[in-house]
Ligand binder design. Structure first.
Ligand SMILES: Cc1cc2nc3c(=O)[nH]c(=O)nc-3n(C[C@H](O)[C@H](O)[C@H](O)COP(=O)(O)O)c2cc1C
Length: 221
């Protein structure tokens, strides 16, 4: 007969198990983003000169500071006294939400708080588009229209999302990040998978990472 574990040992093993599982931790429900670094970057004219779409991504992760800068450039708060944003929005409805798909979870960018709020744990990057490179980019940003905030005005929503997308493009151009905005998204499938269909319409997604070229040629960094 196998000896049975003493209650104390069994409690200790349960604790050990729980502790080791916690290293595969569920993602934090909120990620506080560092303040954006406002004193860096190429000149506007240089960034415009460099802006382009890239569809091949390296596996190098995007550091949190870069992500914070990128999201702030997209539609961060640049005038806290009025909650003004880096991107204009029709009637100042600020109805476009940025959702960020990372390897560990799907988050909503809370621009006012400078934080990422967990919507759902798990990696949904491959669901954010129909092109094969989508799974390779470390950051997938989903631009989605909050129907209530935007009072259903989808014409303005597309324009407002496009301003944000261009801000993201320019930040990427300035910092040597690779990016492409993508309309080829199965919006119904993605919206259902991340449970935002009730409130949002997905407009497009934007992949961000480092260019694959730097893996082939490290001097390209
Ligand atoms: C609204 C919109 C949707 C786009 N959708 C896709 C897409 O689904 N897949 C893709 O690879 N590129 C997409 N693009 C990127 C364009 O193909 C790209 O901007 C165009 O070829 C010009 O290249 P450039 O950005 O390097 O100047 C889209 C661009 C826009 C503005």
């Amino acid at each position: 007969m196998r000896p049975s574990l003493s209650p104390a040992l069994s409690l200790f093993l349960t604790f050990l198990c729980a502790a080791s599982f916690s290293t595969f931790a569920a993602p934090d429900s909120t990620i506080s983003l560092p303040r954006p670094q406002l004193d860096k970057g190429k000149s506007l004219m240089q960034a415009l000169q460099l802006r382009h779409s890239t569809r091949e991504f390296s596996s190098r992760p995007v550091p949190l500071q870069e992500l914070a800068n990128l999201l702030w450039a997209g539609c961060g708060v640049n005038r806290p006294e009025t909650n003004g944003r880096t991107a204009p929005s029709a009637r100042n409805k600020q109805e476009i939400d940025l959702f960020v798909a990372l390897a560990d979870g799907f988050y909503r960018y809370d621009a006012k708080a400078g934080a990422l709020r967990l919507v759902q744990a798990g990696d949904v990057r491959s669901l954010t588009g129909t092109q094969p490179f989508v799974k390779d980019a470390p950051v997938e940003i989903v631009l989605a229209f909050d129907r209530k905030r935007g009072e259903g005005n989808t014409k303005y929503a597309s324009a407002d999302a496009a301003y944000i997308s261009e801000n993201l493009y320019l930040y990427c151009a300035s910092e040597g990040l690779a990016t492409v905005v993508r309309g080829s998204v199965d919006t119904a499938a993605l919206g259902a998978a991340v449970h935002i269909n009730q409130t949002h319409d997905i407009i497009f997604a934007q992949s961000v990472g480092y260019p694959k070229a730097e893996e082939r040629d490290p001097k390209a960094k």
